[in-house]
Design a binder for this molecule. Structure first.
Ligand code: 1PR
Length: 530
């Protein structure tokens, strides 16, 4: 079956293409408006900002053919913003004069909740229509969501599924052969592949009537992290440091090949995979083609979200050619990344913003967030403890009383978490809480919170750091650094509000498989994706 894909140039379409091909579909990309009307089955995988998406659809003359295609009740699957586009308008772009497609009555609204926004992670679906599109699913199945806005259809009969994030909202719609999902089938492992298979191969997509099949709620995420760099022979390897020192007897530690390890962790049940190009701060990533190849190859085999960090900043090469941070991010997205993570540059951006109090709209955080959406911008924080005897010692920094019983070199009981840049090599006059808050204000969608003191120690996550940051932001926080056993994951989820926990060393050294972590969490009453 030929599947036509409408790519308007934002976000990661490669994963969808890879997933459709894996399910036996052949791809035709929409190049001109006529391709829409010529489609047999059409997928519109929207990612990013609603207003930016509509602007491009109008510019390229796609809106009228889309309306015609939908009104003729031809097979259509809109994903995320590709589904939102079918409604009459969105709070995300109040100032846009561009008309939405308006196939469904209703609007798109921002989440109003005390929970973190964006809603990122694996969540259940409550099935409301018996549709061939949903055939063959396990009732406990979860799908990958990443969004700050959700649809509010006027006609409840078009609701295909609902999902609960604080409150229930419509997470998929279907009318005739037109289907839309807020979740990403192409990023939802085998469950998502089943839906794509149904969309590609079902003779009829039409729903058979009403249904009422409830499901479980949002999971805590378990993320496998691969620190990647060239070793001394120039081969790209997965490495792992002890408190950021990746050398052992003078050589870069080699723990395996990036693509093979990512695939292994996907098969073991990792909810996401993160690659950190750890020398990206000194090597310009667009010259580092092997890293882009790693992403391209991984996205053909791994159908959960991929984050890539390292070297996301503006750059001028030897020939004087200037690349904006948006150019760098775009190249990573095209290679298969769903999110990019910014480390060193985020510190410089936040410091400039805090000093001037002005948003420039030109920083990497602001630009990438505006085009690809906040959910695509992760801030990787590399803090280290700076010990003090009392909070008055450093009034401008967020100081915590260390609750683990650990003390500084002179018996200090307090510390602040000092941000570093260039892979922990340079400490800056900025604390992790201030960095996280500033980056949220500038448009970041998630915080990846490392801790140099804990990294590679197997001694458990830094709960004080995680609590300090998570209680000062409204975006999700990924706890990182220090996981040494299954119990550390349960501890971080019970003692903090972190939405996800990331580990590297214990997985690479095969000390604890990902499934064992999930099983332990489930036994402790913590919701996970099985
Ligand atoms: O500054 O934007 O170029 O990004 C560089 C990125 O590379 C940052 O995200 C930074 O965290 C990362 N990085 C730089 N140097 C190192 C290093 O180790 N020498 N790795 C490094 C950071 C930390 C975690 C690690 C967890 C879990 N790695 O990602 O995976 O601490 O480890 P554990 O479970 O084994 O304890 P830019």
């Amino acid at each position: 079956m030929k599947i036509t894909v409408l790519d308007y140039g934002a976000g990661n379409v490669r994963s969808l293409i890879n997933a459709v091909e894996k399910m036996g579909g052949s791809i035709k990309m929409v190049e001109k408006p006529e391709d829409i009307l010529a489609a047999e089955r059409l997928i519109f995988p929207g990612v990013g900002n609603y207003g930016a998406m509509l602007e491009i659809l109008h510019e390229r003359g796609f809106v009228e053919p889309l309306r015609k295609y939908l009104n003729a009740d031809r097979p259509f699957l809109g994903i995320c913003v590709g589904m939102q586009a079918l409604f009459e308008g969105s709070e995300e772009e109040l100032v846009s004069s561009n008309e939405s497609i308006g196939f469904f009555k209703g609007r798109v609204k921002r989440f109003r909740t005390e929970l973190a926004v964006p809603h990122i992670g694996w969540n259940g679906i409550h099935i409301k229509q018996d549709s061939p599109f949903l055939d063959g699913l396990d009732p406990d199945t979860k799908f990958y969501f990443v969004h700050s806005y959700h649809i509010v259809p006027e006609n409840p009969e078009v609701i295909l599924t609902t999902t609960t994030y604080d409150y229930p909202y419509a997470s998929a719609v279907q009318q005739g052969n037109v289907i839309g999902t807020q979740f990403h089938p192409e990023k939802s492992g085998t469950a998502g592949m089943k839906l794509l298979d149904n969309f590609i191969h079902s003779d009829s997509l039409k729903a058979r009537g009403a249904a009422d099949i409830p499901s479980k709620g949002l999971s805590k995420r378990v993320i496998a992290c691969l620190d990647v760099r060239s070793n001394d022979n120039g081969d790209l390897v997965v490495t792992k440091g002890d408190q950021y020192d990746v050398r052992e007897a003078g050589s870069v530690r080699n723990l395996g090949k990036p693509v093979a390890l990512a695939r292994k962790y996907y098969e073991q049940g990792a909810d996401e995979i993160t690659f950190l190009n750890i020398t990206g701060f000194r090597d310009f990533p667009l010259e580092d083609m092997p890293m882009l190849k790693v992403l391209e190859q991984t996205s053909k085999q791994v159908f959960v979200p991929l984050t890539i960090g390292g070297g996301i900043r503006e750059f001028t090469d030897d020939q004087g050619r200037h690349y904006s941070s948006l150019d760098v991010a775009a190249r990573y997205f095209r290679a298969g990344a769903d999110k990019i993570s910014i480390g060193s540059d985020a510190v410089y951006i936040a410091m400039a913003y805090l000093e001037s109090g002005q948003k420039t709209k030109k920083s990497a955080i602001e630009e990438i967030s505006r085009v690809y959406g906040a959910q695509a911008v992760v801030i990787s924080v590399d803090p280290q403890r700076a010990w003090v005897t009392s909070p008055e010692d450093v009034p401008k920094h967020h100081v915590v009383k260390v609750t683990s019983g650990e003390k500084g070199p002179n018996g200090e009981a307090y510390c602040w978490y000092q941000c570093t840049v260039s892979g922990g090599r340079k400490a800056m006059d900025l604390d992790a809480v201030a960095l996280a808050r500033a980056c949220e204000e500038l448009g970041a969608g998630e915080i990846l919170l490392n801790c140099i003191d804990k990294d590679g120690t197997n001694s458990g996550f830094d709960l004080d750091l995680i609590n300090a940051v998570r209680s000062n932001v409204t975006i999700p926080v990924i706890a990182s650094s220090g996981a040494g056993c299954e119990a550390h994951f349960a501890q971080v989820f019970k003692c903090t509000k972190a939405e996800a926990a990331l580990a590297a060393g214990i997985f690479h050294r095969e000390e604890v498989p990902i499934q064992a972590v999930k099983q332990h969490l489930a036994e402790q009453g913590i919701e996970v994706r099985k």
